[in-house]
Write a protein that binds this ligand. Structure first.
Ligand code: BJW
Ligand code: ZN
Length: 252
């Protein structure tokens, strides 16, 4: 088992904590990460190629079908002990800000109060033409996925698109500003399950370190953030995080 003692001490002594998460925290809930090979209908694609405005323009049925399949999967899965440990950190350290790159709602389901979503959500579709909001479907999708024509906007008739941030698109201004602000103000930043390859999100731990925070990383694999992290905890979110919380705030 990974030695969490130094990390626990830093966490328990921190006034302000930022928890920064990526796809790896949802992996043990059964949500594939961006680096995992796709399966079923999506097998011959890679996620990075589907997550672009160009892919939606070229083949809207393929891209909408993929996002509807992922929305349906996100509704079926449950938060894991990693998400629960993050919510526990918020309870123990009230000035905690959770920043996620994930588009699922597993932090909310685990009890995190107001996670900042840097890359949007699977549950907030909008019109690709007029940006008007659209109603998210509750319909389950077949296990193997399917091509699906995007619905039409009730206002202008344009195609509805997922409410996520694709490559080449700007991140939402207010969430990004709040995230950067929190990074500049925190004492400890915990980065969990992110490859640290996608910008500007990947700069959040770097900013925190530059402003004097202790960066703690939880990831079973090496990442570019190894250099920024003062403490590396090599392991999975669902195993390391509960141990970290228990060591930081031992049950009385
Ligand atoms: C576990 C685990 C377990 C496994 N426990 N861990 C600077 C330099 C170079 C390029 C750029 C730059 N700035 C911008 C760019 C371009 C681009 C970019 O970053 N490209 C790089 C690939 C090089 N960035 C953008 O285009 C961004 N936009 C932008 O910059 O706009 C500028 C602009 C300004 C003004 C006007 C217009 C434009 C937008 C980026 C949007 C990213 N969107 C996605 C898709 C979201 C929707 C969807 O989900 O489909 O977000 S891409 C994808 O990557 C997704 C993720 O949130 C994001 C990060 O991935 P993450 O979470 O790190 O996951 P993985 O899969 O990469 O890694 C998983 C990790 O978990 C691994 O490390 C595993 O080891 C680990 N793990 N099991 C713990 N059990
Ligand atoms: Zn519209």
């Amino acid at each position: 088992m990974v030695d969490v003692r130094d990390a626990a001490k830093a966490l328990a002594g921190a006034g302000r904590v930022v928890v920064f998460t990526g796809a790896g925290i949802s992996a043990e809930s059964g949500v594939p990460t961006f680096r995992d090979a796709l399966t079923g209908l999506w097998e011959r694609f890679d996620a990075q190629a589907l997550a672009t405005p160009q892919a939606f323009e070229d083949d809207p049925d393929l891209v909408w079908g993929w996002y509807e399949w992922r929305r349906s999967l996100a509704l079926r899965v449950r938060p894991n002990p990693g998400h629960e440990a993050v919510a526990a950190i918020e309870r123990h350290a009230p000035h905690t800000v959770v920043i996620t790159q994930n588009v699922d709602d597993l932090h909310e389901q685990a009890g995190s109060t107001a996670p900042i979503h840097l890359h949007g959500s699977l549950f907030t579709p909008r019109c690709a033409a007029c940006s008007g909001p659209a109603e998210p479907s509750r319909q389950p999708e077949p296990e193997e996925g399917r091509r699906l024509a995007p619905p039409r906007c009730g206002h202008c008739g344009g195609p509805v698109r997922p409410g996520v941030v694709w490559f080449g698109e700007a991140l939402p201004v207010e969430p990004l500003e709040s995230a950067v602000q929190a990074a500049t103000e925190c004492d400890v930043l915990l980065t969990i399950g992110t490859s640290g390859l996608v910008y500007p999100a990947a700069d959040i731990p770097v900013v925190a370190a530059r402003f004097g925070a202790t960066v703690i990383q939880v990831n079973p694999q090496p990442t570019p953030l190894d250099e920024v992290a003062a403490i590396n905890l090599p392991g999975t979110a669902a195993t390391v995080l509960p141990a970290l919380v228990e060591a930081a705030w031992p049950p009385s």
